[in-house]
Design a protein around this ligand. Structure first.
Ligand code: HEM
Length: 464
């Protein structure tokens, strides 16, 4: 069979392409888009397999609406991880994937979110109360602490206590290995993943994973024994859900989804929040407008009012447009011959929807490098033009939860603290694993604590 014709792309050695992709992904994608257009092929990754990058909105719409029987993600698209497990939504495809999504969608939507309207501000206050006026600090670790605790409490439903502390400690150790490069290599090249005893890198990983699994299974067992229908955490809702055949999720499915939600939802939300703090304090007019809107909501505004605040929404949207923390959506693999943008792709071809490149199109977002929340007040973007959470059958299941959390954390911090950037130099985006984060984690300094009644006073004096 003749080799299929793939879109053009760099002709450099795949090793060079891989290095460029690893070290400066945004610049590399932009240079390729400039030279080859909305569709190009890179040969990158452990086996240099060709990957077709796409940033054309119509093609994006096609990708998100094509039947998953023809184009899907999951293990066949190369997404698998010994940490997440084989029942993870990320690894599954086809019917089993659809089943998991059906079971998990209700807990993540609508009214359910409001149940966390007090928990998120409480955790935010607890973490930020440790900030010291006048002492520069990095924002990212505080946001990581908040998003981590939100997941343990809202998703896992854990109360503070021995199991909470143990799980927190092992998860932190597992997610922040002492040798991150070695760990990444072991995941990329399974041949390196050998248990050479309790002190070898893989041995450490395996033992930590076992500890985590034991703690999670103990929690599930306990919940089953003491069933409590008033609980609103996501694990309880998952345990109460049944599929069309009346079957509940198995313990392994519950475990794999919990870890998936933690891994997919923790660092993403923390990084997005850190970017938001940067932009809000980098541009004084954005901060002023935002404070005015938040203050106008009165003292102790309700979570729904914060969620619906238009300027706050525009700030979060623009934050996720300019540097979408997930620069790419999940790999899709062609399963049956498929025409996209005039190319006929054969089964096995990898398609990569580039969120970053789509969000930087001049025709959609004039002056794309500028932070302008007003874009989102002036017009509405289609789901294939603005896609920080991907789309179609793989669209981020935690989208509403992440936006709710971002807005509540921002509103809580901004109403309590006056802060400024510790450094006036613009912060640059850098690769953090699969994500794009702000270099240095954004250093800030708290200048003072805002008084309890300050917001009300400011609002009334501005209305005189
Ligand atoms: C600002 C924060 C977040 C961003 C930017 C983000 C972005 C994304 C993106 C781009 C995808 C891939 C979608 C696609 O390929 O079409 C995704 C998938 C996913 N996200 Fe998020 N995410 C965020 C927060 C969360 C949270 C808080 C959770 C859960 C607690 C979560 C759970 C998931 C899961 C389970 C998937 C896989 C969905 C599937 O395979 O069907 N994410 N996310």
């Amino acid at each position: 069979m003749p080799e299929q014709k793939l879109p053009d792309g760099p002709q450099t050695h795949p090793l060079v392409q891989t290095l460029q992709w690893l070290t400066s992904p945004l610049e590399y994608m932009e240079a390729c888009a400039q030279r080859y257009g909305d569709i190009f092929t890179l040969r990158i990754g452990p086996v240099f397999k060709p990957q077709v990058f796409i940033s054309n909105p119509q093609a994006m719409q096609q990708i998100f609406t094509t039947d998953p029987k023809l184009l899907d993600s999951g293990e066949p698209a190369g997404i698998k991880s010994p940490l997440l497990g084989r029942q993870s939504m990320l690894a599954l495809e086809g019917k089993p994937h659809q089943r998991q999504r059906k079971l998990l969608t209700p807990p993540f939507h609508g009214e359910r979110m409001l149940a966390y309207g007090e928990l998120i501000p409480d955790i935010t206050k607890q973490v930020t109360n440790q900030w010291q006026v006048g002492e520069p600090f990095s924002v990212l670790p505080s946001m990581q602490a908040i998003s981590f605790q939100v997941i343990l409490k809202a998703v896992f439903g854990l109360e503070e206590g021995v199991r909470y502390e143990k799980l927190k400690a092992v998860l932190i150790a597992l997610l922040n290995p002492k040798t991150p490069i070695l760990t990444a290599l072991m995941f990329l090249f399974p041949v390196l993943a050998r248990d050479l005893g309790p002190w070898s890198p893989w041995g450490i990983f395996i033992r930590r994973k076992q500890q985590i699994d034991e703690l999670i299974y103990a929690e599930i067992r306990e919940r089953k024994e003491q069933s409590d229908t008033s609980r609103t955490d996501i694990l309880s809702l998952m345990m109460a859900a049944h599929d069309e055949a009346g079957e509940p999720m198995t313990d392994v499915e519950l475990r794999d989804e919990l870890i998936t939600l933690l891994v997919a939802g923790h660092e993403t939300t923390a990084t997005a929040l850190t970017w938001a703090f940067y932009w809000i304090h980098h541009l004084s007019e954005v901060r002023e407008k935002l404070l005015q809107e938040l203050d106008s909501l009165g003292e102790n505004p309700d979570a729904n009012a914060i969620f619906k605040a238009p300027y706050l929404n525009a700030v979060c949207s623009e934050t996720l447009r300019l540097y979408p923390v997930a620069m790419l959506a999940l790999n899709r693999v062609v399963k049956s011959p498929l025409d996209i943008m005039g190319y006929k792709f054969e089964p096995g071809t990898l398609i990569i929807p580039s969120i970053y490149l789509t969000h930087h199109r001049e025709d959609l977002y004039p002056q794309p490098k500028q932070f302008k929340p007003e874009r989102f007040l002036e017009r509405q973007f289609a789901p294939y033009e603005y896609l920080p959470f991907g789309g179609g059958n793989r669209r981020c299941i935690g989208m509403a939860f992440a936006l709710f959390e971002m807005k509540l954390v921002l509103a809580t911090v901004l109403s309590q603290w006056q802060m400024e950037l510790a450094d006036s130099k613009p912060v640059q985006p850098v690769r953090k694993g699969a994500l794009i984060g702000p270099a240095g984690g954004v250093r800030m300094v708290v200048t003072r604590r805002r008084a309890q009644n300050e917001r009300v006073l400011e609002t009334s004096s501005s209305s005189v």
